[in-house]
Design a protein around this ligand. Structure first.
Ligand SMILES: [Cu+2]
Length: 100
Protein backbone atom coordinates (compact mmCIF):
# COMPACT_ATOMS: atom_id res chain seq x y z
CA UNK A 1 0.00 0.00 0.00
CA UNK A 2 2.71 2.46 1.02
CA UNK A 3 4.82 1.38 -1.95
CA UNK A 4 1.91 2.04 -4.29
CA UNK A 5 1.38 5.51 -2.83
CA UNK A 6 5.05 6.36 -3.19
CA UNK A 7 5.08 5.14 -6.79
CA UNK A 8 2.04 7.23 -7.72
CA UNK A 9 3.46 10.30 -5.98
CA UNK A 10 6.63 9.87 -7.98
CA UNK A 11 4.64 9.51 -11.20
CA UNK A 12 2.79 12.75 -10.42
CA UNK A 13 6.08 14.52 -9.71
CA UNK A 14 7.51 13.29 -13.02
CA UNK A 15 4.50 14.55 -14.94
CA UNK A 16 4.44 17.90 -13.11
CA UNK A 17 8.16 18.59 -13.47
CA UNK A 18 8.33 19.55 -17.17
CA UNK A 19 5.54 22.11 -16.64
CA UNK A 20 7.29 23.58 -13.62
CA UNK A 21 10.50 23.78 -15.60
CA UNK A 22 8.77 25.75 -18.35
CA UNK A 23 7.42 28.37 -15.99
CA UNK A 24 9.53 31.30 -14.82
CA UNK A 25 10.44 31.67 -11.17
CA UNK A 26 7.09 33.24 -10.28
CA UNK A 27 5.05 30.49 -11.96
CA UNK A 28 2.62 30.69 -14.85
CA UNK A 29 0.58 33.85 -15.29
CA UNK A 30 -3.14 33.39 -15.84
CA UNK A 31 -5.55 35.75 -17.58
CA UNK A 32 -8.68 36.94 -15.85
CA UNK A 33 -11.15 39.73 -15.29
CA UNK A 34 -11.86 41.29 -11.90
CA UNK A 35 -15.56 41.04 -11.09
CA UNK A 36 -15.49 42.26 -7.47
CA UNK A 37 -13.09 43.86 -5.02
CA UNK A 38 -13.63 43.48 -1.27
CA UNK A 39 -11.34 46.12 0.24
CA UNK A 40 -12.10 45.40 3.89
CA UNK A 41 -11.52 41.65 3.53
CA UNK A 42 -8.54 42.07 1.18
CA UNK A 43 -10.14 39.77 -1.37
CA UNK A 44 -10.56 39.99 -5.12
CA UNK A 45 -13.04 38.02 -7.20
CA UNK A 46 -11.67 37.06 -10.61
CA UNK A 47 -13.28 35.32 -13.57
CA UNK A 48 -10.19 33.37 -14.55
CA UNK A 49 -8.91 31.03 -17.23
CA UNK A 50 -7.50 27.62 -16.29
CA UNK A 51 -4.74 27.70 -13.64
CA UNK A 52 -2.29 24.90 -14.58
CA UNK A 53 -0.29 24.91 -11.34
CA UNK A 54 -3.46 24.49 -9.26
CA UNK A 55 -5.06 22.09 -11.77
CA UNK A 56 -8.08 24.38 -11.84
CA UNK A 57 -10.44 24.93 -14.73
CA UNK A 58 -11.76 28.32 -15.76
CA UNK A 59 -14.25 29.76 -13.26
CA UNK A 60 -15.15 32.80 -11.19
CA UNK A 61 -13.83 32.71 -7.63
CA UNK A 62 -12.59 34.77 -4.69
CA UNK A 63 -8.84 35.11 -4.11
CA UNK A 64 -7.03 36.22 -0.99
CA UNK A 65 -4.36 38.83 -1.74
CA UNK A 66 -0.80 37.90 -0.91
CA UNK A 67 2.02 40.03 0.41
CA UNK A 68 2.68 43.14 -1.67
CA UNK A 69 -0.64 42.99 -3.51
CA UNK A 70 -3.14 45.74 -2.82
CA UNK A 71 -6.85 45.43 -3.49
CA UNK A 72 -6.65 49.13 -4.39
CA UNK A 73 -4.57 48.37 -7.49
CA UNK A 74 -7.55 46.93 -9.35
CA UNK A 75 -11.25 47.54 -9.76
CA UNK A 76 -14.21 45.58 -11.04
CA UNK A 77 -14.02 45.20 -14.82
CA UNK A 78 -10.21 45.31 -15.02
CA UNK A 79 -8.52 42.74 -17.22
CA UNK A 80 -5.61 41.24 -15.31
CA UNK A 81 -2.89 38.62 -15.44
CA UNK A 82 -2.05 36.92 -12.18
CA UNK A 83 -0.30 34.06 -10.48
CA UNK A 84 -2.04 32.19 -7.70
CA UNK A 85 -0.72 29.56 -5.36
CA UNK A 86 -1.68 27.80 -2.15
CA UNK A 87 -0.26 29.77 0.79
CA UNK A 88 -1.02 28.22 4.20
CA UNK A 89 -3.73 26.13 2.55
CA UNK A 90 -5.51 29.14 1.03
CA UNK A 91 -5.47 30.01 -2.64
CA UNK A 92 -3.70 33.34 -2.74
CA UNK A 93 -2.72 35.86 -5.40
CA UNK A 94 1.06 36.12 -5.40
CA UNK A 95 1.34 38.32 -8.50
CA UNK A 96 -1.24 40.62 -10.03
CA UNK A 97 -0.82 42.94 -13.00
CA UNK A 98 -3.23 44.79 -15.23
CA UNK A 99 -3.36 43.22 -18.69
CA UNK A 100 -2.13 45.44 -21.50
CU1 LIG B 1 -10.76 28.99 -9.61
Amino acid sequence: MIKTLKASALAVAMIALPFAALADAGGPMVKGEVTKVDESAGKITIKHEAIPNLEMDAMTMVFKTGEGISVKDVKSGDKVVFHADKVNGQITLTRLEKAK
